[in-house]
Design a protein around this ligand. Structure first.
Ligand code: SF4
Length: 334
């Protein structure tokens, strides 16, 4: 069933936190480390969210609230300023604000609490490689604006709330001063839209593939042109070379294992077929032959018999395929 008005409902839930101010008028701590051009453009020329994006944002928010409650129970009443009484931290002179998920009462001074949810794969990456730079900037902004000296960042896997990684970050006055400089620049561009052409995109800080302002972004367009010529940043080249090297090593290990797996499966199947049994219970498992059938559509014959009809219903869709050759054996991922 399609519930009418769901788009409006999602929108109204997203706009409920009006107490925290009009986000088009200030730079939030969660944005300050991202590409400033995209952030400023999103304030000057806001793009309406589609239903799927609003749904994802609300789901993430609901999950974060649940995690805050879990942390509240775990810390046994040491959390303040959550939910409706969330802190609204404002810079004294700049349009720079922060809204941490809570304040933790500590024995040697309070700290801010920030909760993040991530897919299981991203969660594992953060756990092994540490927090990304924009999260660090966010909590440095929160600490600078609240004058608190430490922050606890809790990252939780969306697939399993028991998968929880914690990071304690100390306040770094130099980092905060850099963020204030960025807020000052952003404020100037927000004040005078005619200056926007002078604001270079920061491709290293942005998710350019999903950026609605990429068409007019010189930095992104030049990077794309360079990419078409096969020129990529050195750091990206090194990252890919490391990944290829690891892939190559893993394939060298798993190749013989895969062959042995196929050999053993074949051995069990032959033994079962030769025995005449369809199912056998063993000490460490069960083996059985399962009969199944599949009906498929013979599109080649259909094209031969009814070419006009076949052409009418043909559909072309595009997708990207990653093909790696050379360092490791040819591997394609769709
Ligand atoms: S395309 Fe990339 S660099 Fe350009 S504004 Fe968007 S996020 Fe920033």
């Amino acid at each position: 069933m399609n519930i009418p008005g769901m788009h409006v409902a999602l929108q109204s839930r997203l706009e409920q936190n009006a107490r925290l101010g009009d986000r088009t008028q200030y730079i939030g701590a969660s944005e300050i480390g991202s590409c400033l051009r995209r952030v400023v453009c999103s304030k000057l020329y806001p793009e309406p969210f589609d239903q799927a994006s609003m749904g994802r944002m609300l789901a993430g928010k609901a999950l974060e609230n649940e995690v805050v409650q879990l942390v509240r129970i775990a810390l046994n009443g040491q959390i303040r300023n959550t939910g409706r009484v969330q802190l609204d931290l404002q810079h004294p002179t700049l349009p720079f604000r922060a809204h941490p998920d809570g304040r933790i009462i500590g024995e040697d001074g309070d700290g801010v609490l920030e909760v993040k949810t991530a897919s299981s794969a991203t969660y594992k990456r953060f756990q092994s490689e540490g927090l990304p730079a924009n999260y660090i900037s966010q909590v440095q902004g929160q600490m600078g604006l609240s004058k608190l000296s430490w922050a606890l960042v809790v990252v939780v896997s969306r697939e399993n709330l028991a998968e929880m990684a914690q990071f304690t970050i100390r306040f770094d006055p130099e980092h905060f001063a850099q963020l204030e400089n960025r807020a000052t620049r952003a404020a100037a561009f927000l004040r005078d839209v005619n200056l926007l052409d002078q604001l270079e995109g920061e491709t290293e800080n942005g998710f350019c593939q999903t950026c609605p302002y990429s068409d007019q972004c010189n930095a992104f367009q030049s990077k794309r042109e360079a990419g078409k010529r096969g020129e990529i940043p050195e750091v990206t080249r090194l990252q890919m070379e490391c990944a290829l090297e690891e892939l190559s090593e893993l394939e060298a290990i798993s190749g013989p294992a895969q062959e042995r797996i196929a050999e053993l499966r074949d051995q069990v199947k032959t033994a079962l077929l030769n025995s005449g049994a369809s199912k056998v219970l063993l000490g460490n498992g069960t083996v059985q032959m399962v009969e199944s059938s599949r009906t498929s559509f013979d599109s080649k014959s259909f094209q031969r018999e009814a070419p006009d009809l076949y052409n009418r219903f043909q559909k072309t869709s595009t997708f990207s395929t990653l093909r790696i050759t050379g360092a490791t054996k040819c591997l394609s991922t769709v």
